[in-house]
Each structure stands twice: as structure tokens, then as C-alpha cells.
Design a binder for this molecule. Structure first.
Ligand code: NAD
Ligand code: IPM
Ligand code: MN
Length: 349
């Protein structure tokens, strides 16, 4: 029998609430199979920082890297909390994990499940995947400020784009498009960001010549936001940089029934490091501790995790259970745990 070593980072706010349900569903999906998940919890996030002053220490990072995969809830405190002024949990923990573990593919599928309460009157069939670059762009921290607090203050964040980094994520996106409906859309802002955008476009064009069966399209990011609302069914695979991908995937979550359903995987396709699965949403301090969070995004992240580990049957059972649960939803309010129990029950049935 196979043993999978899973690092679990519940995190802050609603993170622990949704991860508890994701773990229930993982348990249900693997109960009858011959794979065992050996879980190690890691206490990381704003809570850990307030207790100990640590964000992500080297020992924890090294220990996490020894696992086969990572499940993360959400990290981050209440925005503006003065006690977290020097913490920067987002950069020091979440982005550090993505960078150190070389999660260069941030995979964010968007699907409108039948019965999901999306805001569009006539949405059509929404089923696309955003392949968001995960290790470069304006996120790398190549910035600086001078004359801070003066009228002459200068504050820069440089977007870092390497040919190596762009090519590898673009190749992943084309390979994914080959397995789907063979349509790839590059989203950037080549009309203004001529250097970075120009390189992205040239790399997409070059890789496209190796994939004659894939229909390639380009949209400026502002226009892409229009089509995500007016005609989202036109998309199959979207490939884009780290920041555009962040913004587009919250919008994509909103048009497919809410951020409580949006799952993601931070993938290291080479397998040199463990990949990390997490909902797209954050720690939602406004509803933390109230059992109002929808755990479905965390549960669908478990499906992505199972798929990544080659456990396709188990992944499909989770996805089907979620689909059935969404189809059966009505106006009756349910707690986070009730939703998790219902989905876990469907997985077992
Ligand atoms: P957020 O995603 O936490 O919340 C935005 C809105 O969506 C809130 O109204 C929240 O109640 C709602 N929401 C989020 N998840 C939900 C769920 N599962 N069910 C129902 N409603 C849900 O974004 P924010 O408020 O901008 O950020 C809060 C904190 O989380 C910040 O510290 C931020 O940096 C952090 N954050 C972390 C991650 C992550 O860990 N991956 C992602 C985004 C934000
Ligand atoms: C996300 C989050 C993160 C991001 C933040 C918290 C660093 O918004 O996972 O989408 O911008 O990538
Ligand atoms: Mn985001």
C-alpha cells in the first residue's frame, strides 16, 4: 500500500474551519483505497507570528519540503492589524512557500457547476483554467523605496519576467490545452508593458508553432475582464502573469458562483518539490469563527491534490460529490461543517 506524506497548514481565520472539512472529505475519498495519508500539521500564519514572532523558519520550510504534497487553508490576519505591521505573512509565508518550492504553475480552474448561484443571467458553459505564473512578475519583491515619508518619496516594484520562467509556464499551458478543448488565450498588457508583454507574446508564438492543433488568442487584460463577464464560455486555457492571474481568478470565482467554490494548486510540475493546494480565497476575518465559510473551495482543492498525486478515481469521486451537493443546494443555510459532512457523505455513498 502507498503512503502519502501530507503537510497540512490550516492557517488563520476561516483557514482551519475549511481545512477541517477538506480533511474529512480526503478521509472519505481514500478510506476504501490502499493509499494512506500520513498528515503533519504545521502551525503557521498570523496566529503563529503573534505567538512567537516567527513567519516561516528554515526548519519548518525544510520539514514541509520533505512531504509529498501540502494542503493549505488560508493565511493572513485582519488587514490593518497594527500588531502585524512588521509580519507580512503574505510575502514571508505564502509567497515564500511558492517561491522556495518552485510552484511556477498556479493552476486555477473555473467551472460553473449546475445549480451554482452565479451572478450572470445567461452565463453559458463556463469551464476554463487559468494558468497563472507563480514565481515571477511583480511578486518577486524586486522593489525599493527612497525618501520615505517625504513629498519626494519614490516607491518601485519591478515586474521580473525571465525567458526561462515564462517559457516553462507557457509550455505547461499548451500541454494542458492539448488535453482540453485546444484553445489558449494569452492575457497581458502588451500595448503598455512592451518589454514584459512583448517577451510573453514572442514566447507564446514560438511555442504555438509546436502545437498547430491549439487555437491561440491574445487579449489585453482589461478586455479580458469584459469577456470574463460577458462571454466567459469563450475561454479554455488562459495563461498569464502572476499579478494579472491573481486578479482574474477572483473575478473568475465570482462569475462561477462565488469565491467559496474556487480551488487552486500551486504546482511544481518537475516534482522536485511538493505541490501545494489551497482555496483561492483568503482568511476572511469578517466571517472567521462563525461557521459561515463555504468549505467547497478547500474540498475542490483536495480533488486537485488527489489528481496531482495520480489518484484520479478518488479525485473524481470528490468532484462528483461536490457537483451533486451544489446541484442540491437551496436557500437553507448550512454551517461549514454541515456542508463538509454532506459532501463527505456523498463521497462515501
Ligand atoms: P478574502 O478572500 O479573505 O475575503 C474576501 C471576501 O470573500 C470576504 O467578504 C469573505 O468573507 C468572503 N469569503 C472568502 N472566502 C469565503 C468562503 N470560503 N466562504 C464564504 N465567503 C468567503 O480576502 P481579503 O479580505 O482581501 O483578505 C483577508 C486576508 O486573507 C488578508 O490578510 C489577505 O492577505 C489574506 N489572503 C490570503 C490568501 C491565501 O492564504 N491564499 C488569499 C487571499 C487573501
Ligand atoms: C492568492 C492571494 C495571494 C496572491 C496573496 C495573499 C499573497 O491573493 O492566493 O490569490 O496574491 O497570490
Ligand atoms: Mn488572490
Amino acid at each position: 500500500s502507498r503512503v502519502v506524506k501530507l503537510a497540512v497548514i490550516p492557517g488563520d481565520g476561516i483557514g482551519p474551519e475549511v481545512v477541517a472539512e477538506a480533511e474529512k472529505v480526503l478521509e472519505a475519498a481514500t478510506a476504501a483505497s490502499d493509499v494512506t495519508f500520513e498528515k503533519t500539521p504545521f502551525s503557521l500564519g498570523a496566529g503563529r507570528f503573534l505567538d512567537t514572532g516567527d513567519t516561516l523558519i528554515d526548519d519548518d520550510l525544510a520539514a514541509i519540503a520533505q512531504h509529498d504534497a501540502i494542503l493549505l487553508g488560508a493565511v493572513g490576519g485582519v488587514p490593518g492589524d497594527p500588531r502585524l505591521k512588521d509580519a507580512n505573512i503574505e510575502r514571508g509565508l505564502l509567497l515564500k512557500l511558492r517561491f522556495e518550492l518552485d510552484h511556477y504553475v498556479n493552476l486555477r480552474p473555473s467551472k460553473l457547476y449546475p445549480g451554482a448561484a452565479g451572478p450572470l443571467a445567461d452565463p453559458g458553459d463556463i469551464d476554463f483554467v487559468v494558468v497563472r505564473e507563480g514565481t515571477e512578475g511583480p511578486y518577486v519583491g524586486n522593489g525599493g523605496a527612497i525618501r520615505r515619508g517625504t513629498p519626494q518619496e519614490v516607491a518601485n516594484e519591478t515586474s521580473v519576467n525571465t525567458a526561462f520562467g515564462v517559457e516553462r509556464v507557457v509550455r505547461y499551458a499548451f500541454a494542458l490545452a492539448e488535453r482540453r478543448r485546444r484553445k489558449l488565450t494569452l492575457v497581458h498588457k502588451t500595448n503598455v508593458l512592451v518589454h514584459a508583454g512583448g517577451m510573453w507574446k514572442r514566447i507564446v508564438d514560438a511555442v504555438a508553432s509546436e502545437h498547430p492543433g491549439v487555437d491561440v488568442d491574445y487579449l489585453h487584460v482589461d478586455a479580458a475582464t469584459i469577456f470574463l463577464v460577458t462571454n466567459p464560455s469563450r475561454f479554455d486555457v488562459i495563461v498569464t502573469d502572476n499579478l494579472f492571474g491573481d486578479i482574474l481568478t477572483d473575478l473568475a470565482g465570482a462569475v462561477t458562483g462565488g469565491i467559496g467554490l474556487a480551488a487552486s494548486g500551486n504546482i511544481n510540475p518537475d516534482g522536485a518539490f511538493p505541490s501545494m493546494f489551497e482555496p483561492v480565497h483568503g482568511s476572511a476575518p469578517d466571517i472567521a469563527g462563525t461557521q459561515k465559510a463555504d468549505p467547497t473551495a478547500a474540498i475542490l482543492s483536495v480533488a486537485l491534490l488527489l489528481d496531482h498525486l495520480g489518484l484520479g478515481d478518488e479525485a473524481a469521486r470528490v468532484t462528483r460529490a461536490v457537483e451533486d451537493d451544489i446541484a442540491a443546494r437551496d436557500a437553507t443555510p448550512r454551517t461549514t461543517a454541515q456542508i463538509g459532512d454532506a459532501i463527505a457523505g456523498r463521497v462515501r455513498a
